[in-house]
Design a binder for this molecule. Structure first.
Ligand SMILES: *Cc1c(COP(=O)(O)O)cnc(C)c1O
Length: 407
């Protein structure tokens, strides 16, 4: 007797019993004060709940506005702004895999975990990658960069603006780009954590590709990223004869969607709408005011942490403001601190890939006074709970002084 193909009893993989999200998620969302993702504004969350036709007229208009707002945030007049379905690392891979291939000479200025990722992506496309290895908690001197460029004669130089892993700020970015340009190399900058938190002027500094993610400075959702190519970089993309092994990340194919209202793959429409709102809020605030807010909040946070008696990881000269690294007191691990502050105070902060630090982000919505007070208080209470001697009131007072301009 024939049996129906729909008899569930015959199914070899049984239907699992799972909990609902309501049962899994905390009743009150945790305050996301780590190295990303960061809290998103209500307008971003609302946009992220909408699905529209990815090829319709509304989408074309949204894409046009996303590109023009992104040009402002990147400070570029280049036409070649594109969105990427994927994390910041996908935008990074788009930059590397379109500009470098078998035999391309790439010089990677390696400050830590994320700048090494760009070098690794270069190796994977067959490029001849050399690295300028920079000691932890410092930046390369311009002499060292110039010497490495003379020695390696790179066609591409990669550099990170803010090395989120060890909280180092590459403050020589503009000068490094000038050195590379003078030697005829294209410059790729990772601005995933820094974009819209501190100045970056793509055109004025002569940068050829800038990448960013959604979930950090821009305060959008993770998973939709942005990239901008200069005209010179785009010429190299278009002039390559070696086929790109990546299909989704092929910039020439992505041009169909981002510039010609055509189909490449189904864009993450909700995420693009969310990014639109995040960028619109940056434009409404203006970059100048946004940079000032980030600077004030981050310095006040650093004052608060130091006044409490904890030590900042990176020396002031090259300290990243977008993500602040804090040394974990002897006898404790970063995981001890992160799990305690999350469990007892509903504040999420980050460890860092084996370094003896915890990291507190100052990106986008993290730079709000009420979030800072809650975070500094929670960090101080965590130390007290763990038996570390800190002066919490002094920390909160220093935070208040910093925020009210009395630094
Ligand atoms: C977070 C980060 C990345 C990686 O971004 P993902 O979205 O996790 O892929 C790359 N570079 C820097 C500097 C970052 O801070």
């Amino acid at each position: 007797m024939p049996t129906s193909s729909f008899t569930s009893a015959s199914s070899a993989v049984p239907c699992p019993v799972v909990e609902s999200l309501d049962a899994i998620l905390p009743e009150e969302p945790l305050l996301m004060m780590g190295a990303g993702p960061v809290p998103i504004p209500a307008a971003v969350a609302k946009a992220n709940a909408i699905v529209i036709n990815h090829l319709g007229g509304t989408m074309v208009k949204v894409i046009g506005q996303v590109k023009s707002m992104a040009r402002y945030v990147f400070q570029t007049n280049s036409k070649w702004v594109l969105g990427v379905a994927g994390p910041g690392s996908a935008a990074m891979e788009m930059a590397i895999s379109n500009l470098a291939w078998e035999g391309t000479r790439v010089l990677s200025i390696k400050n830590g975990f994320f700048s090494e990722r760009m070098a690794e992506m270069g190796r994977r496309v067959g490029a001849r990658v050399s690295t300028l290895d920079v000691a932890d908690r410092s930046v390369a001197s311009l002499e060292e960069v110039a010497e490495a460029i003379r020695r390696e004669r790179p066609e591409i130089v990669t550099v990170v603006q803010g090395e989120t892993s060890n909280t180092v700020w590459n403050y020589h970015l503009k000068e490094i780009a000038a050195l590379a340009k003078a030697a005829g190399a294209l410059v790729i900058v990772d601005a995933v954590c820094t974009l819209s938190t501190m100045p970056l002027e793509m055109d004025a500094w002569g940068i050829d590709a800038v990448i960013t993610g959604g979930q950090k400075g821009l305060s959008s959702i993770p998973g939709v990223s942005l990239i901008a190519f200069s005209d010179a970089a785009w010429e190299r993309v278009k002039g390559r004869t070696a086929p790109n092994a990546h299909w989704c990340l092929d910039a020439s194919l992505a041009e169909n969607f981002w510039h010609n209202a055509g189909y490449h793959y189904t864009a993450p429409v909700s995420g693009v709408l969310a990014l639109h709102e995040a960028l619109r809020l940056v434009c409404a605030e203006t970059l100048e005011k946004r940079f000032a807010r980030h600077l004030k909040c981050s310095l006040a946070l650093q004052d608060g942490v130091a006044a409490m008696g904890l030590r900042l990881y990176t020396p002031e000269a090259c300290r990243l403001n977008s993500v602040v690294g804090i040394e974990v007191p002897e006898g404790f691990s970063p995981a001890d601190v992160c799990s305690h502050i999350s469990r007892m105070h509903q504040v999420e902060i980050s460890g860092s890939f084996g370094l003896p630090i915890v990291r507190v982000g100052q990106m986008g919505e993290q730079c709000r006074e009420h979030n800072l007070f809650r975070t500094v208080h929670a960090l101080g209470r965590t130390m007290v709970d763990l038996g570390v001697k800190v002066d919490l009131p002094a920390g909160v007072a220093a935070l208040e002084r910093g925020l009210s301009g009395g630094r």
